[in-house]
Every structure is written in structure tokens, then in C-alpha cells.
Design a protein. Structure first.
Length: 211
């Protein structure tokens, strides 16, 4: 866990409860009750937050940036040699981009490019053999069709099974495998959205000892 301090200045009463709810999910030690957070906000005390570098918390960045966009004046602190020093969001050592996410996107793009080349060959064969379209028109048409998501995979799958006599499962794997990393990325985005909706309960679920 990385400890980060935050202090609010001249916080308006109508913003205090919203701020308290946003901060609640980042307080894992001590009193995280809304009433306690509101009391600290009223007294302009520094509130200590727990930001997990291992679990990667982009929502912390989103929360702080949201405060800035709404004109809520605040100061961030980080611990240096057991002392709190003023800092900025950009200077905090936060892992905003999970390594697995970068690999997932990279693999999806690489798979999309490589599979697209194979699909182009299969679709070109379909155009020339079955539809008797030849030359540059067939080549350009095959290339464009191949790189249309899902459409290219479906057309190439049909061509490979019909004209190249591939087994259906081989064609299915070759032309659709790169969608798996993409599906993982989509599920991750859904996960982030769900966490954002239930931010004030999320850490209580993961850490029942704080309930």
C-alpha cells in the first residue's frame, strides 16, 4: 500500500458529502465513516488514503482529476523519510497502466495484423476462384474486407473451409483467436465501470475485516 495525504481548503458544505463518499473507498485503516471524514474536512485536516500500486487504481486518478475539474481546492501529500511533503498527482508513483493491460492491447493488435494478412490471402482466393474477380481489384478488395472486424474473419473462414479444405476448428482458431485479448479488454472496461458505480463499497467487499 502507498499512503497518500490529501487536504481540502475552503470546501463548500454542499460538496463535502460528495467528497467524503469519494474518499471513503480509499481509506482502509482507521475510521472511514462518512461522519468522521466530514469532521476532518470541516477542520481542514489532512486525510490519509491507501492507494494500492499492486492492484492498480486508475479510479484514484480519475477522482483527483474530478476534484480539480470541479474547482474543489485540495493539496496532495506523499511520505518522504517518514515526513509528509506536498506533491502533485503527476509526481505520485502510481501504476496507472497495468502491465497486463498493455500486453493485452499489444497482443490484440498484433493478432489483428497477422490474422489480417492470412485473411487477405483467403479472401483473395475466394474472389479470384469463386467470383472470378482478378488483378488489383481483387487484391484491394480482399485487403479491405480482411481488415473489417468480424466481417473479414467470417468471409476468410468460409473461404478457407470451402476452397482450402481446412478443418472448421483450425479456421475458427486462426481467424478468430485474436478476439480473445480484445474480449478481455472489454471485460476490463466493464469491470472499471462497475467499480466506479460501487466505489464506496468496493474495498469493504475485498476487505471484510473493515466492515
Amino acid at each position: 500500500m502507498q499512503k497518500i495525504g490529501i487536504k481540502f481548503i475552503n470546501l463548500e458544505l454542499n460538496n463535502a458529502r460528495v467528497v467524503a463518499k469519494n474518499l471513503q473507498s480509499f481509506i482502509l485503516e482507521g475510521d472511514y465513516a462518512i461522519s468522521s471524514i466530514l469532521e476532518q474536512l470541516e477542520q481542514e485536516k489532512m486525510i490519509v488514503l491507501d492507494v494500492s500500486k499492486e492492484e492498480n487504481m486508475p479510479e484514484f486518478t480519475v477522482t483527483i482529476e474530478g476534484f480539480s475539474e470541479e474547482g474543489i481546492e485540495h493539496i496532495l501529500y506523499k511520505k518522504e523519510s517518514e515526513a509528509w511533503e506536498e506533491t502533485t498527482l503527476e509526481d505520485l508513483d502510481l501504476d496507472r497502466n497495468p502491465l497486463w493491460l498493455i500486453w493485452t492491447i499489444g497482443l490484440a493488435l498484433l493478432g489483428y495484423f497477422v490474422a489480417g494478412l492470412i485473411e487477405t490471402s483467403a479472401i483473395y482466393n475466394l474472389y479470384t476462384v469463386k467470383y472470378e474477380i482478378h488483378g488489383l481489384i481483387a487484391g484491394v478488395g480482399a485487403l479491405i474486407t480482411a481488415y473489417i472486424p468480424i466481417v473479414g474473419s467470417v468471409v476468410a473462414y468460409g473461404s478457407a473451409v470451402e476452397l482450402w479444405h481446412w478443418q472448421w476448428y483450425n479456421a475458427l482458431f486462426i481467424f478468430f483467436f485474436y478476439y480473445l485479448p480484445l474480449l478481455g479488454f472489454i471485460l476490463y472496461l466493464i469491470w472499471i465501470v462497475l467499480k466506479a458505480f460501487y466505489a464506496n463499497k468496493w474495498y469493504r467487499f475485498l476487505h471484510p475485516e473493515f466492515n
